[in-house]
Every structure is written in C-alpha cells, then in structure tokens.
Design a protein around this ligand. Sequence first.
Ligand SMILES: [Zn+2]
Length: 90
Amino acid sequence: MSEELSRHELTDCCEVLARIDPFLDHELSEEEADAVRRHLAECDECLEHADVEAATRALLRRCFGSQRAPESLRTRVLMRYTHVEIRTTD
Ligand SMILES: [Zn+2]
C-alpha cells in the first residue's frame, strides 16, 4: 500500500485537475509533476484542460505580466501616429 502511494500514480482525473494550477506554477514535487505529465499523456480531457489553462496564463502574462511590453507597444503606436501625421500634412 505504502509502495503504491510513493509512486504518486495519478489515475483519477479530479486529482490531476486539482494539480494543474500548481503544476503550471512549478510548485509540485518532481514526482508529482511527473505523475501529472504521465496522466496528461494518456488523458485527452485533462490535457485539454491543462492546455486551456496554460494558454490563458500565457495570455495574461503577455498582457499584464511585464510592464515593458505595453510600454514599447505604446511607443510604437505613438511613433506610428506621429509618422502618419507627418505624412498627412505633406
Ligand atoms: Zn484525466
């Protein structure tokens, strides 16, 4: 019994889904992360959930994670407008 527990074999989708968050945050132990990866390789439903979760996080990080990205974007937009203004007054 204890041997089974130490293997961290996750066969229950609920258990895996509960670990998707910490898995994406790299907060799981290597053993647990491995078990999640193993389950995702075999379970399309959990894989899809993990994909959506990861995509959402990537999007949020891109939008709010770094202050540099929006700043450089603003600069580019401003430069573009300036450029357009110069061209239209020509
Ligand atoms: Zn599953």
